[in-house]
Every structure is written in C-alpha cells, then in structure tokens.
Design a protein around this ligand. Structure first.
Ligand code: GAP
Length: 460
C-alpha cells in the first residue's frame, strides 16, 4: 500500500494539494487545494451530502457562521476544557503535545530534551470583532461545526416542523491551533468537517447510534475504500469524553509503513452518542456540566431548546447521535486507497482508481494529432457537448503524445479517455479507453453520451 510520502509528491506534482502560503515559506498546519484537489474535495462533500441529506427523509442541511459569539464556546465547555497537554523543552524551546512526544528524539542543543511538566493549551483561535480590540469583543473561530447545529436546533425545528427523529447536517471549515500539526492534511490547523447531529427520543439513542455506525462505515466502502483498510473502534469507558455515552471511531490505515498494525490506523470519523449534553448546555435555564462535576448554569441563552413530545405531552431534551467526519482526512483516505503503481506493456504507470463519483475529471477528450484542424475541432466539439449536456467535468488536452496523455489521466484518476483520430473524420466514431482495464472500444459519436452515462452512473 502507498505511504504518505508518495501521495504528497503526487499531490504537488499534479496540482491536488500545495503547502499553504508556499510563496512565503509556508504556514504550518495549512494546505491549499489546487485545481484537481478542489474538484476531489468537492466531490467528497457532494457524495456525503447526497447520502446523508438527499437520499434520506429525516435530514435537513445548515450552513452556520465560522465566527462565533464567545458565549457559544463558553457554554459548550470549549473555553474551559478544549485543550491539549503541552510540554516545552527547556533547552531548545521546542513545544510538543505531551501525549505525542518521541522520547528517542535528540534535542538540537544536545542529548535528550529536558521537558517541562504538561500544562493545558487551549486550541481555539481567538479574535476580536469590530474596530475595537477589547475583551468584550472577543469571538472565536469555531473549533467544530457541531455547535452551530446545536444552537440552531430550535430555528430548524420551528421552520421545518420536523418530528423526532431527525438530523441536521453541516459541512464547513473548523479551526484548531494544534500544537504539532503533522502528517500532511491529516492533522492541520484549518480543516473541514462534515457533521451530523441526529436528534432522537431518549431511549432510542443506542439503536440509532448503531445504525449510524453501519451507515457511515458502508459509505466509505461503497465509494471504494477497501474494508481491510477501515476499522470500527469502540472507545473503552475510560477513553470516552465525559459527555459521551458511547463512541465508535472509524479508523483508516493512514500509516501502512508502521510495524505495529494497530498503529497503522487512525481516525477518519467518530460517531458519538452525546445524550442531551449539548442541548442542555445551550438551552435557556440549562447548565454545562464539566468533567470534574462542576456545573455552570446558562444565564445567557434566549430560547428553550426543547421538543414537545405529543405522545407524552411533555417538553423533552432530545438525545443526539453525532457522526463527525473530517473532509481532509476522508479525501486523503480516498487518495491513498485508490493509488496503484503498475507495470504495463509500455512501462510503468501510476493509476488512481478513484470511484467515478469522486474522480476530479470524468472524461478527457484527446486528439491523436493536435496540428490537424479537423481532428482538433472535432475533439473540442465533443468535449463541449459532453460537458454541457451531461454536466460531467470534461477536459480537452493536446499537450503531449497520446501515450503520455493516457498516463497523465491515469495518474489523476480520470475514468475515461476519448480519442479522436483520422477514422473519426471518416466514420464519426471515437476510441473510448477505460482507466482501470485500459481496454479500448470504438463508439459512434452520437452514442457516446449514453455509453459513458451507463458506465459513470449518476455521478456529476
Ligand atoms: N464534533 C465532534 C468533533 O469535532 P473530533 O473527533 O474532534 O470530533 C471530528 O473531530 C473529525 O474531524 C475527526 O474524525 C477528523 O476527521 C477531523 N479532524 C479533527 N481535528 C482535525 C485536524 N486537526 N486536522 C484534520 N482533521 C481533523
């Protein structure tokens, strides 16, 4: 299986992902998605949204502001507790996450690091809103999209007349000032999440939790992740966050080079049963209960975030099941799982066997001769017609010989290449080449769209 280094190299070479602020030496923990990366990432998000919103009858979507009132993060508990333990080396001044220190690492000042005691470091990015930078104007960049969903529970409920169970989905950027961002887009300071808060009646939460774990696992597999590279990990009671009744993490084999197989896997998504913890934090008259048992009554919230249960004639606080995925980690998993190096008749090829729904480009139209007007114009026309009528991202490329063009499209995961040659001008047919089998078939131009539609399914 491919390791991260090869993926990083492919991503830079072919324009998937670049270091953030590269032109000025970079900014640690940030990455920019290039022409192909933005398409791939958008396709991951579209596939998720279609699966969890459009293909269900019990979901709504939402898109909240990234800048949040400080009170949201106060009553959610983030101000008090959203921190990682940090240690410093007294000699070289380097900082580490206490639980990630490599005790064999040499200190730049010689011998071993001389580490301080761990102390909490809050991961939220603080800023001020408006022209005056003072205490009252402090706001945060959200550290997760989830809080925006909780505080909008009543807005969505009232505007849609939903009945329990129902969920709210959101995709968007989140920010965490990670002490040691690392492993490419695996741990970064600016990232995207795809989160669902699924609201249910207390007592039905365990069943819904199990259903979501299955559904989320299957989503990755249906989009091409090999089941042997994806694991469900049920957190042990002592590992659970204090507000979670149960959490199952979906782990992907991000680090195949590690000797210990268990260490090869790390989290791509977590599915938590958060009970009524969050709605209780944010509801008018509710309270935040911290891990150490302290209670902080909510004296600022303006609405009750309750649900009127007509069966029992009571206002209740729904329980919440939360499938929370990272867009960047999912994108990385899809890239890694689809990467193959193969020996073929005319040498080596790298191929990304991406699911067609995720492939950045669906069809490439290639002229056999670029300096032949008839061939070039026909190819351009086919490209424009396919793009317009089908909505598939279709490109035209004449910047190299046909063999090289095929290799390029293989390397970026384009499922089909359409080649226009001299015979096309005679009999109105083209060659369609399949990325995975490299098989070629002759297809009439007027049957081309239907032919490709059968193969590409309902992807856009
Ligand atoms: N609302 C729950 C929540 O945010 P989390 O486990 O902290 O839970 C959910 O984050 C997902 O977001 C993770 O499974 C991971 O895919 C992604 N994620 C979290 N921190 C990240 C980071 N620093 N860089 C990239 N992705 C991250």
């Amino acid at each position: 299986m491919v390791d991260l280094d090869k993926i990083i190299s492919l991503c830079k070479r072919r324009g998937f992902i670049f270091q953030g602020s590269d032109q000025y030496g970079g900014l640690q923990g940030t990455w920019d998605y290039g022409p192909l990366g933005v398409e791939l990432k958008n396709n991951v998000k579209k596939a998720w949204w279609r699966r969890v919103v459009y293909e269900r009858d019990d979901m709504e979507g939402l898109d909240c502001a990234i800048l949040m009132n400080r009170l949201v993060l106060k009553y959610s508990g983030h101000e008090e507790t959203f921190s990682d333990p940090m240690v410093d080396c007294r000699k070289c001044k380097k900082r580490f996450r206490a639980d990630q220190v490599d005790h064999n690492e040499k200190c730049a000042e010689g011998d071993k690091h001389d580490l301080t005691e761990p102390r909490p470091f809050n991961l939220m990015f603080k800023t001020t809103v408006g022209p005056v930078a003072e205490e009252n104007n402090i706001a945060y960049l959200r550290p997760e999209t989830a809080q925006g969903i909780f505080i909008n529970f009543k807005n969505v409920l009232d505007s849609t007349n939903r009945k329990l169970p129902f969920g709210i989905a959101q995709i968007g950027k989140s920010y965490r000032n990670e002490i040691t961002p690392r492993n490419f887009i695996f741990r970064v300071r600016e990232f995207e999440q795809m989160e669902i808060e699924f609201f249910v009646k207390p007592g039905t939460d365990d069943e819904w939790h199990s259903k979501w774990v299955e559904d989320r696992f299957n989503w990755y597999v249906e989009l091409g992740i090999k089941p042997e590279n994806l694991r469900k990990y049920e957190q042990k009671p002592e590992e659970l966050a204090h507000y979670a009744k149960a959490t199952v993490d979906l782990l992907y084999r991000f680090f195949p080079e590690r000797e210990d197989e268990n260490k090869q896997f790390d989290e791509v998504e977590g599915i938590a049963n958060r009970t009524d913890f969050d709605l209780n934090c944010h509801t008018k008259g509710g309270k935040l209960v911290l891990a150490d048992g302290r209670e902080i009554p909510n004296t600022h919230a303006v609405n009750k975030l309750t649900y009127f249960d007509h069966e029992t004639n009571q206002h209740i606080l729904p329980y919440v099941v939360e499938p929370s995925a990272g867009v960047d980690r999912a994108t990385l998993a899809f890239l890694m799982d689809s990467y193959f190096e193969e020996t073929v008749n005319d040498g080596q090829r790298i191929v990304l066997r991406l699911h067609p729904e995720l492939a950045p480009i669906k069809v490439a139209v290639l002229p056999l001769k670029k300096n032949h007007d008839g061939i070039r114009n026909t190819a351009m026309q086919i490209k424009n017609t396919l793009m317009k009528k089908s909505g598939w991202r279709t490109v035209y490329d004449d910047t190299a010989g046909i063999g090289k063009l095929y290799r390029r499209q293989d390397e970026i995961g384009t499922p089909f290449c359409v080649t226009v040659d001299f015979d096309t001008l005679e009999n109105q047919s083209v060659t369609v080449r399949d990325r995975d089998t490299m098989a070629q078939e002759r297809v009439k131009i007027d049957a081309l769209q239907d032919y490709l539609a059968k193969k590409l399914g309902n992807c856009r």
